[in-house]
Design a protein around this ligand. Structure first.
Ligand SMILES: [Fe+2]
Length: 390
């Protein structure tokens, strides 16, 4: 338990509940916005969600335009185009409607729009400005938690085949709408992948070396909410609104836990792995999670035993270490039930890819891993973890 570290808690202004999208008109008026650019991607448009959002804005008498060119993992070219469009069009509010990539594109473009001359490369190199164009984030998946986070993932257009995470408080939205209704028709595959991402945030935060009383509160509740609701929402999402509801708030809580404590190795391994294997962020972190848990377990068996109980495992009569191992088994079972990949070979990687993955991971070593992961990790250990995951 970290006690000497000063933590700051920020929860963005948030409307939460089924039908909360209906409150967007009042929200936008309270932000004094008059020219709104709705930021989204073609999938969200096709799902009819943009029509819903525009309908609410029209009814409130606020004009809006739509930018629907967001791509997976927030490519720099799209962010820069959106930043330019927002600035030249004199928009005063961005409304990001979509999953993590849309929300992260909105965050980065908000910074570019408000600070002429700043590029995506500046952001990933830590030259983050202090002001942003106003933004409202409306997630259409339950998982990434980007709506409650100062972090954003972007892809630069260099050829190094990886994504980057940068942090700045200017990324915090002015307001958030979490409406589980928008996730009602999310396909089972996306439900599983984004839900596993949320579960990974929660488990990694709970077992992070910087875990604290506040992060524990969010992480433990999130582990329970996500692990109990993900199966039903995956199996029969449109009819499982109560599970969608629990999943939606669980995902935001999981991210809050990650912000207050940190995440772990599964997340740091994601940057090179996701690009190399061409799989989603949720698939990548989920694939690595059990191997990372197994590796980290020795650092804090009592914490992992508690994770097992939060995942619904009966640990009565077990030693702390045996109970801790149950947490890994429970995650593996859930991944199996959800049909998620559990081996690198399943996503097209071979042993020959491991040196690149290790190299990319070690290049991140300086700051975040030693700072957050509960067990030291060097190149040799990372290689062993990847080999086990093969
Ligand atoms: Fe994540």
């Amino acid at each position: 338990m970290e006690m000497t570290n000063v933590i700051e808690i920020r929860v963005p202004r948030t409307l939460f509940g089924v039908g909360a999208t209906g409150g967007l008109g009042d929200l936008v008026r309270s932000l004094s916005a008059t020219r709104i650019l709705v930021v989204t991607d073609p999938g969200v448009v096709e799902a009819g969600i943009v029509d819903t959002v525009k309908g609410v804005l029209d009814a409130a008498g606020v004009g809006s335009d739509v930018f629907d060119e967001c791509g997976a993992e927030a490519p720099a070219t799209v962010i820069e185009e959106l930043g330019r469009k927002a600035r030249e069009g004199r928009y005063d509010l961005l409304v990001g409607v979509g999953g993590g990539s849309v929300m992260d594109t909105t965050k980065a473009a908000g910074l570019l729009a408000a600070n002429e001359g700043i590029t995506v490369q500046d952001l990933v190199e830590g030259r983050t400005p202090e002001k942003s164009l106003a933004k409202v984030l409306i997630p259409t998946t339950a998982g990434t938690g980007s709506e409650w986070s100062s972090a954003a993932v972007v892809t630069t257009d260099t050829t190094d085949d990886r994504t980057y995470t940068y942090l700045t408080t200017a990324n915090y939205p002015d307001a958030v709408i979490i409406d589980p209704e928008l996730t009602r028709h999310l396909p089972p595959r996306n439900t599983a992948e984004t839900g596993v991402d949320a579960l990974t945030h929660a488990i990694e935060a709970y077992t992070c070396i910087r875990a604290n009383l506040l992060s524990d509160m969010y992480a433990s509740t999130a582990i329970r909410l996500v692990s109990t609701s993900l199966g039903p929402a995956f199996a029969k999402g449109p009819q499982r609104m109560e599970d969608r509801y629990r999943l939606a708030i669980g995902a935001a809580m999981a991210m809050q836990a990650g912000t207050l404590a940190g995440v772990g190795l599964a997340h740091f391994m994601n940057h090179a792995l996701g690009k190399k294997a061409h799989i989603s962020h949720g698939s990548t972190v989920g694939l690595m999670l059990p191997y990372v848990m197994e590796y980290n377990l020795i650092s804090s068996p009592a914490r992992f035993a508690e994770v097992a109980r939060l995942l619904g495992e009966n640990t009565d009569g077990l030693s702390t270490m045996d109970a801790a191992y149950r947490s890994v088994a429970a995650v593996r079972r859930l991944l199996t039930e959800l049909g998620m990949p559990q081996h690198l070979s399943e996503v097209g990687l071979t042993e020959a890819d491991i040196p690149h993955l290790v190299e990319e991971l070690v290049s991140l070593q300086a700051f975040p891993i030693a700072f957050m992961n509960p067990r030291e990790v060097g190149a040799k250990e990372a290689r062993e973890i990847y080999l086990k995951a093969l």
